[in-house]
Design a protein around this ligand. Structure first.
Ligand code: UD1
Length: 383
């Protein structure tokens, strides 16, 4: 029997977390699937890439494109050129892309023009904000994808509204939560000791969205809010390279480095360490998409420093609140959580650690390798 050759694309940090359980699942079907792990090299720092690969027990990539940073067009083009060459040589049966980063977009466009089927994991999420580069990446990737695996009901509605056929959509659940469930047990407390933190007594912060950190005034406002919050609770802030670069570029290093002891800053931390930091936090303040989901699953209150979210289920479940970027709103919301934290946080449907298994079963079925699993949460035409 000819194996299904699947190219699994990763580029940036959140991709690694999503691909790890999918790759593990593919390897359980060695007789039917030949999985190939391709890293574009969009994220290349040790902590942003290799350390997180290790934390997730991901193998060394089979293919590494080494594209690095650049403008959006540069980065996208730098992925497309070698990826096209690789696809022509390797002739896969399926390209599997995850999330919404530039590598996701670049590989989808390339595969589509070579008529290679595309599966998009985490399809259909929409912020309805086209100023976000990730929103453009999501919309285009979904339009080009043949198989759309979604994490929450809003995504089904969005895809149907954009004219995607019902039969292409599969409500499989959230692969990021598959990784998280594996990681919670492995996460060590030593990162808390390292920063002198005790469970429930600090806020964890991440910040990297271009709209928040590429504008000097916005960044100053958010840092001011964090300094104010740190007067009431310790704040741990592992700084993303983009944010770090901008703090330097804008001459704001002093503002943050002359911090009081309650604002603890560090470089980016590994995956297991950040899961431990989230798990034991009193609250999380973030502009990341994935952290809105992880905090929801761990029932940790999350303040999202954005005006919108493409993951509305996290609001419906009671963990997430959109606070925008006005310092006064950020401070007020953080103080409210200190006094009156949300008590009733529920878990979204199919965020149960089995999403990758559902997706790979479905792919095996789509390629005619196995019959339909009994209990599959499909909305597609086979129902
Ligand atoms: C990218 C994704 C974003 C995702 C985030 C997770 C896009 C459009 N954005 O944003 O959706 O949430 O990754 O981290 O794809 N840099 C380093 N070392 C690295 C990687 C980047 O120093 O390993 C620096 C470079 O100066 C680079 C900047 O960070 O120019 C931004 O990196 P880039 O990959 O363009 O976007 P992110 O902000 O990381």
């Amino acid at each position: 029997m000819k194996k299904i050759k699947i190219i699994n694309v990763v580029g940036a940090r959140p991709n690694f977390v999503k691909i790890a359980p999918l790759l593990r699942e593919q390897k359980k079907h060695r007789e039917a699937i030949e999985p190939i792990l391709l890293h574009t090299g969009q994220h290349y720092d040790y902590i942003m890439s290799q350390k997180i690969f290790g934390d997730l027990e991901l193998p060394k990539p089979d293919v590494y494109l080494n594209v690095g940073s650049g403008t959006h067009a540069e980065q996208t083009a730098k992925v497309m050129v070698p990826f096209e060459k690789y696809l022509v040589e390797s002739k896969p049966d399926l390209v599997l892309v995850v999330g919404d980063v530039n590598s996701t977009l670049a590989c989808s466009i390339t595969a589509s023009k070579l008529h290679i089927p595309i599966a998009h994991i985490e399809a259909g999420l929409r912020s309805f904000d086209r100023t976000m580069p990730e929103e453009v990446n999501r919309v285009v990737t979904d339009q080009l994808s043949d198989y759309l695996f979604v994490t929450e009901p809003s995504a089904i509605e969005n895809l149907l509204n954009e004219g995607k056929p019902k039969g292409a959509i599969n409500f499989a659940g959230n692969v990021m939560i598959d990784s998280l469930i594996g990681a919670i047990g492995k996460s060590q407390d030593s990162i808390l000791d390292k920063f002198g933190l005790t469970p429930g007594s600090y806020a964890a912060v991440t910040l990297h969205r271009a709209s928040n950190v590429d504008n000097k005034e916005t960044l100053i406002g958010i840092i001011d809010a964090l300094l104010k919050i740190s007067e009431s609770i310790k704040v741990i802030f592992p700084i993303h390279p983009r944010t770090d670069n901008n703090l330097r570029k804008f001459g704001l290093e002093q503002l943050i480095r002359s911090k009081p002891d309650n604002l603890i800053i560090s470089g980016p931390v590994g995956y297991l360490d950040f899961i431990a930091l989230q798990r034991d936090a009193k609250m999380v303040l973030t502009d990341s998409g994935g952290i809105q989901e992880e905090s929801c699953f761990m029932k940790i209150p999350c303040l999202t420093l954005r005006p919108n979210t493409e993951r509305p289920i996290t609001i419906d479940c009671g963990s997430n609140r959109l606070v925008g970027i006005e310092p006064i709103d950020i401070i007020k919301s953080a103080m409210e959580i200190l006094v009156n934290p949300p008590m009733d946080i529920s878990t979204p449907k199919y965020w149960d650690g089995k999403a990758s298994a559902r997706i790979i079963d479905e792919i095996l079925w789509l390629f005619g390798v196995q019959s339909k699993a009994e209990e599959m949460p499909l909305i597609n035409s086979r129902r």
